[in-house]
Design a protein around this ligand. Structure first.
Ligand SMILES: [Mn+2]
Length: 430
């Protein structure tokens, strides 16, 4: 006797795997758990006769020659595990895509990081050219799509995607897949969503909207779907949620739909992983609180999402200005008094010229000291907006060889940024 078993509260991947096992091992019986997820139950109610599933199988443990254990690796996840463990003459074949170590010691195993266990079976089914019925193909598609979030989750592999193509070729029905995949959110998920709606803080980082939230929760189950749903509802560019359980373990989930915010970069500071669009990190340890984690996420977000500080953060203000009619000697005295090397010449608030200490030093004739500065000032003043990055300001100064850049909002001078500011900034960076 050969039996295929899977975990309690079976999902579509679990059910798919035991059905696939009967295709891969001729003569094997698929033992369907009594506890099934509700959408699996509904699907089976409609497809009762399509699959050869045994329920409440009576068997003599000593007569079992092989156990194919699918989609789980711990005895306690199986129904009637005590009886199964009495099958001491059975070889145990383990098929799983969960890589963490379990307590089932297999004789043989096929355990790999793929999106769904069914993908591992489909590899063998395709290699051996085993026939798959349209009903089986539909069930397998459900398993594959459910475990990979329709091929969008982190763990999805190219092989998963190829498996989906194969299943469609075998007559897998996407309309049925859509019907049964639509899972209602469970109580925990609804609670989490509700707390997110109430407690999430939104931040404007450059032109991107980012939500960062903290949710206390008993267990981390299927939270990614809630975070994703929440991000869609508030139409955020990126969302980070810090989940905290009662023993102060933390689980961070991040989602981003903008290339400007790379989730992987943000979460790698916490030892997390993923890719630019989605990732997670698990943290335990007394060094953290949920609040410090949020602060750290925000710090990294600001650091990563902008090209450094803005001119408005670095400029000197207010600016010492003079009118075009100010005498040259007055301008020189003013600069000396203020300890500065340039003055912005303004008319009705708008910059019309610049006078620098360097320019005035070139005026050697005594009588020139009494002339108005408008006769000697540099015209065609190059200005810069407050929201420009300091990096850009540095570029303008270097490429145009300008030492003083008046910062102008509308047509009014609101500040000035000098070569000295830039040098300080650059050295501060180093
Ligand atoms: Mn699975």
């Amino acid at each position: 006797m050969q039996i295929a078993v899977t975990h309690k509260d079976a999902d579509f991947d679990a059910l798919s795997s035991i059905v696939a096992a009967t295709l891969v091992y001729p003569g094997m019986v698929a033992l369907c758990p009594n506890s099934l997820q509700s959408n699996v139950q509904q699907f089976l109610a409609l497809h009762k006769t399509a699959f050869n599933l045994a329920r409440d199988l009576q068997y003599e443990p000593n007569a079992v020659r092989r156990l194919a254990i699918c989609d789980c690796n711990q005895w306690r996840q199986l129904e009637n595990s005590a009886l199964l463990q009495e099958c001491t003459h059975a070889e145990i074949d383990l098929w799983d895509h969960h890589l963490h170590k379990g307590d089932i010691i297999p004789t043989w195993s096929c355990v790999e990081r793929v999106g769904a266990t069914i993908t591992l079976f489909l590899r063998v089914i395709q290699e051996r050219q085993i026939a798959v019925s349209p009903q089986e193909a539909t069930l397998f598609l459900l398993g594959l799509y459910e475990d990979t979030g329709q091929l969008t989750y982190d763990g999805t592999t190219p092989e998963d995607v190829r498996s989906a193509a194969f299943l469609m070729e075998q007559g897998g029905d996407l309309r049925l897949v859509v019907d049964f995949l639509h899972v209602a959110y469970n109580e925990t998920q609804k609670k989490v969503l509700y707390r997110l709606m109430r407690g999430m803080q939104q931040y404007q980082i450059n032109d991107k909207r980012v939500g960062v939230g903290i949710v206390r929760i008993d267990q981390y189950v299927a939270l990614a779907t809630v975070v994703q749903l929440y991000a869609r509802i508030i139409d955020a560019d990126a969302v980070f949620v810090v989940f905290e359980n009662e023993v102060s373990d933390f689980f961070i989930i991040g989602r981003s739909k903008t290339p400007d915010i790379d989730v992987r970069v943000i979460l790698q500071d916490f030892g997390g992983g993923g890719h630019a669009g989605a990732g997670s990190a698990r943290i335990s340890g007394e060094a953290y609180t949920a609040a410090t984690i949020r602060e750290q996420i925000l710090t990294i977000l600001y650091r990563e999402s902008s090209a450094g500080p803005l001119v408005s953060e670095m400029m000197s203000a207010p600016v010492t200005t003079i009118s075009p009619d100010t005498r040259v000697y007055e301008a020189g005295a003013l600069m000396e008094k203020k300890g500065i090397r340039g003055l912005v010449v303004v008319e009705d608030g708008s910059p019309v010229g610049i006078v620098t200490l360097w320019d005035l030093k070139k005026l050697s004739l005594h009588k020139q000291q009494n002339h108005p500065v408008k006769a000697f000032m540099q015209r065609n003043v190059r200005t810069i907006a407050p929201a420009t990055t300091v990096r850009e300001a540095a570029h303008v100064m270097v490429s145009k060889d300008i030492g003083h850049l008046p910062v102008v909002a509308g047509s009014t001078v609101v500040g000035i940024i000098t070569r000295t500011d830039i040098v300080n900034y650059l050295y501060g960076m180093i």
